[in-house]
Ligand binder design. Structure first.
Ligand code: NAD
Length: 369
């Protein structure tokens, strides 16, 4: 079913992230102050990408760290001016419940840890931002959503592209009819994996291979660019199992999504080539992004080929990460649901499970709305 209202919200939220603060008594303690984030996992994304972004935020600040490496945590705390009492480890993590400075926990851990650390955060009375993919399985996603609901806490998934200006402009162009009736979507996402001992190449730790890590960008983009939910999927996997990197997880996987309007989505992910590309074809032209979902330097063309580049200028707006962090803070302040709540992560995981099953059984599978 076409969820146009939700898609409108996505676009609107990207354009007007500075929403007003509503005086709701239940949330009054957070109104008028920056919300405090604890970052769990000081790896390449948590430490390298998220932590430096708080300086660009209006409604969010970094207040605590959770890490298994005390020396690293101490060094990072000193660099960002955090109190040493706000450094936690995986054992004393639950005691964040006694720290009123922490409003939101941001889970930046390997995928197999997402459910546990989200549920423990909710039980400790904290709102949660959890990285993509939301969890190892749809069943885990359901448990995370239930835990946050029971605790009365917000749950948002780190789908940063919903806040990225090039993607937002592409969505707007697709909806405005610039390329006529949409017929076809395609996206390839991948990068070259190296060290076979990394968690992303272990089935139990990553939940799968390139599809979980990179194919999810193509899948999520197929949904937010078309504004529709797919009704069926057919997938094929290509993996050299003799390659030590791919003993446990897939390298290449292709999946075709069928949408209710007749749009066909053709997606692929891989762990043996670098690619980051999104294209929409309509009856009157095409919208193309390359790279489409990178941290920086995304480019956008609209027309018949690449003659008409309309990449939005960087401008003074927030970065995609600052907008993402502030969106959850603003949702907590206003007591409203994030545009990429847990249910959005669950939808992707349900489709991902169907993609894996389709590849195994070599059958087109229907998807529930
Ligand atoms: P990473 O390997 O660089 O960091 C993982 C962190 O978890 C490290 O600090 C590591 O010490 C810690 N950790 C704790 N227990 C561990 C264990 N048993 N095995 C391995 N590490 C353990 O990973 P990353 O690239 O920072 O990814 C973290 C999360 O962020 C993942 O869910 C990933 O999908 C997501 N991510 C999202 C984006 C994005 O653009 N949204 C980009 C990169 C990563």
């Amino acid at each position: 079913m076409i969820d146009v209202n939700r898609r409108k919200l996505v676009v609107a939220a990207g354009a007007t992230l500075a929403a007003s603060t509503i005086g709701n008594p239940a949330w009054a303690d957070v109104a008028g102050r920056k919300l405090g984030y604890a970052i769990v996992g000081l790896g390449s994304y948590g430490l390298g990408r998220i932590i430096p972004q708080f300086k660009n935020c209006e409604h969010s600040r970094l207040v605590a760290l959770v890490s298994g490496d005390p020396a690293k945590a101490k060094r990072v705390a000193a660099e960002y001016g955090l109190a040493e009492r706000n450094i936690y480890n995986y054992d004393n993590y639950d005691s964040i419940r006694d720290n009123p400075e922490i409003d939101i926990v941001y889970v930046c851990l390997p995928v197999f840890m997402h459910a546990e650390y989200t549920i423990r955060a909710a039980k400790a009375g904290k709102h949660v931002m959890c990285e993509k993919p939301m969890a190892i399985s749809a069943a885990e996603c359901e448990a995370m959503i239930a835990a946050c609901k029971t605790a009365g806490k917000k749950l948002m998934i780190g789908y940063r592209c919903h806040f990225e200006p090039t993607n937002l402009e592409a969505i707007r162009r697709a909806r405005s009819g610039d390329i006529g009736k949409l017929r076809y979507f395609r996206s390839e996402h991948g990068f070259v994996q190296g060290d076979p001992s990394k968690w992303r190449l272990k089935k139990k730790l990553g939940g799968g291979g390139s599809l979980m890590d990179m194919g999810i960008y193509a899948l999520n983009a197929a949904r937010y660019m078309t504004g529709e939910e797919p009704i069926s999927v057919f997938a094929t996997e290509h993996t050299d199992r003799k390659d030590p990197r791919f003993r446990e997880v897939e390298d290449m996987i292709e999946f075709e999504l069928e949408f209710p309007s007749g749009v066909i989505g053709s997606c692929m992910s891989m762990y043996s080539a670098n690619q980051n590309h999104i294209m929409l074809m309509g009856e009157k032209g095409r919208i193309e992004l390359e790279p489409g979902t990178s941290y920086e330097g995304n480019r956008l063309w609209v027309g018949r080929g690449r003659e008409n580049e309309i990449t939005p200028p960087p401008g003074p707006g927030k970065t995609q990460w600052a907008a993402q962090l502030d969106h959850l803070s603003q949702c907590v302040i206003d007591n409203r649901e994030p545009i990429v709540a847990g249910e959005e992560g669950l939808r992707d995981l349900r489709i991902i499970e169907a993609i894996y099953r389709s590849a195994r059984e070599q059958k087109r599978l229907p998807l529930r709305a």
